[in-house]
Write a protein that binds this ligand. Structure first.
Ligand code: ZN
Length: 498
């Protein structure tokens, strides 16, 4: 325990929270003892739904999941799973841990409390995101597994250049430097790369080849100088469905020529400005003029590309989470300054009489449906903490929206478990419940296959071999300083997230 004391200043928030929860005091060997969950319904995307007499976890690994009746090791923690449902720990496949430094440490505890045991950081300076990962690992306490891309690999123009928005992008101005950029990121701990919107076609090809040589999966936005149909076969995930509409448009080719002209002569405008004006001028034209055959070609090009549609972002004013009581309740867990800001923004949206254009929100839901019917793999991600996405909470909103977009509840669970594991080719380690798999587990009080909103009915979380339930779980979510008394019960559900 002594090493924890020396880390206290750095670990800050999460450390204090866990001390408050009484978790730290009992962490280590005692908490890592074997865990047996008895008489439980196990649900995962590989095996479906099955009732088992016991799931046994030793040393953070599942040693049996219904196949053996071997008695638990002496001293094992026995959990009564009767009437409960066990699913793999969830992923948020699109997060930005360093986008708002006020949120970074709070995010780790919140992910755990909402059952998220793995996250994919889809953009942040490599030294910053790897430092967060090292801190999370050093905690010796529950924290999600963190997979990082490093910075958004942008073109000569950079959207997130640090001027007026966080510096989470970097310039890759020519194909000659692409290999060195990827080599450097790989050497510094990147698990994948993220290619962004201002990259030009030759640079895109060089980055993709460099990643492939090193076995790094590729996440991307469709670069504005290319089309989804071209890019789809080379990338492993597409974020936000970004720029697919341009490939779906009847005049896809003339739209592309216009974008190329604009990117090649930016007239002194920043990457952010050029991108914004292209989105603003071309999106309405594309949405008004979708060509079925072009769109089917674009979708077919992504049959092996995980789509992380971030519906809770694209359709934020359709989902209107800021009208929900449970969203305001969940806000209480955020650091003070952020809570005040988000609460004001949320109330502003809620009370506004402005009529919002929902074309893009509806397009996003319809594209998810189209892709789902074409068997394109789906991943669940939120873009937290961008645009009012409460870490952890927002992933459950995303699951609801994926179901609204046509997925079955079990497919939504697959999007938040097996698919992100497949992206990293670690689906033999995480993402389902079977002997030999790591024990990232979420125990629910209600059946998520009946209603996907039941993923919020969390009875317990097993993360890094540590079982959390009840007060320990509640306090991981909410820092002591931010507890203004007890929560009112949610009006929408029987009970709030623990
Ligand atoms: Zn993002």
């Amino acid at each position: 325990m002594t090493h924890m004391g020396t880390m206290l200043p750095k670990l800050g928030w999460i450390f204090c929270v866990l001390i408050g929860a009484g978790v730290a005091a009992s962490a280590g060997a005692e908490e890592r003892r074997a865990v047996v969950i008895r008489d439980v319904t196990v649900i995962d995307a590989v095996h479906g739904v099955r009732a088992v007499s016991q799931v046994v976890v030793e040393d953070g690994t599942i040693v049996s999941a219904g196949g053996s009746e071997k008695p638990p090791a002496p001293g094992a923690r026995i959990i009564d799973g009767s009437g409960k449902f066990l699913i793999p720990g969830l992923w948020d496949a699109h997060v930005h841990l360093t986008y708002d430094p006020r949120m970074t440490d709070a995010m780790l505890g919140l992910f755990t409390a909402y059952g998220i045991t793995s996250v994919r950081d889809t953009g942040g300076q490599i030294q910053h995101v790897t430092a967060v990962r090292e801190r999370a690992q050093a905690l010796d306490l529950p924290a999600p597994r963190i997979f990082v891309a490093g910075p958004l690999l942008d073109g000569e123009l950079v959207v997130y250049d640090g001027n007026g928005r966080p510096e989470i992008g970097t310039s890759v101005p020519s194909s000659e430097v692409a290999d060195a950029v990827v080599a450097d990121l790989a050497g510094r701990g990147a698990d994948f790369i993220k290619i962004y919107e201002m990259v030009e076609p030759e640079v895109f090809a060089a980055l993709a080849a460099a990643a492939k040589r090193r076995g790094l999966p590729i996440a991307a936005h469709v670069p504005l100088s290319m089309t989804a149909t071209e890019v789809g076969p080379s990338i492993d995930s597409l974020e936000h469905l970004r720029n697919v509409e341009f490939a779906c448009a009847a005049d896809a080719e003339s739209l592309l020529r216009e974008r190329l002209r604009r990117i090649q002569s930016p007239n002194g405008e920043s990457g952010y400005q050029v991108r914004r004006s292209l989105h603003a001028t071309q999106r309405p034209r594309a949405f008004a003029n979708i060509d079925e055959s072009n769109c089917n070609d674009a979708v077919a090009s992504m049959r092996d590309t995980m789509q992380v549609p971030t519906l809770r972002l694209n359709a934020v004013h359709l989902a209107r989470v800021y009208r929900r009581d449970d969203w305001y309740t969940a806000l209480r867990a955020l650091p003070d300054a952020v809570r005040v800001e988000w609460s004001e923004s949320g109330r502003g949206f809620r009370d506004s009489r402005e009529k919002r254009d929902l074309t893009r929100a509806e397009w996003s839901l319809s594209l998810v449906d189209r892709m789902h019917r074409a068997r394109v793999p789906m991943g669940a991600g939120t873009d937290t903490p961008i645009m009012l996405a409460i870490p952890g909470f927002s992933l459950h909103t995303e699951l609801e929206l994926l179901v609204r977009g046509g997925l079955t509840p079990l497919e939504a669970i697959e999007a938040a478990t097996l698919q992100p594991a497949r992206f990293f080719s670690i689906d033999d380690e995480v993402g389902s419940i079977a002997p030999g798999m790591r024990a990232d587990l979420l125990l629910l009080d209600a059946n998520p296959v009946d209603d996907i909103r039941h993923t919020t009915r969390i009875a317990g979380v097993l993360s890094k071999g540590v079982w959390l339930e009840g007060d320990a779980l509640r306090r991981v979510r909410r820092p002591a300083a931010a507890q203004p008394g007890s929560d009112p019960p949610s009006r929408r559900r029987g009970r709030p997230v623990p």
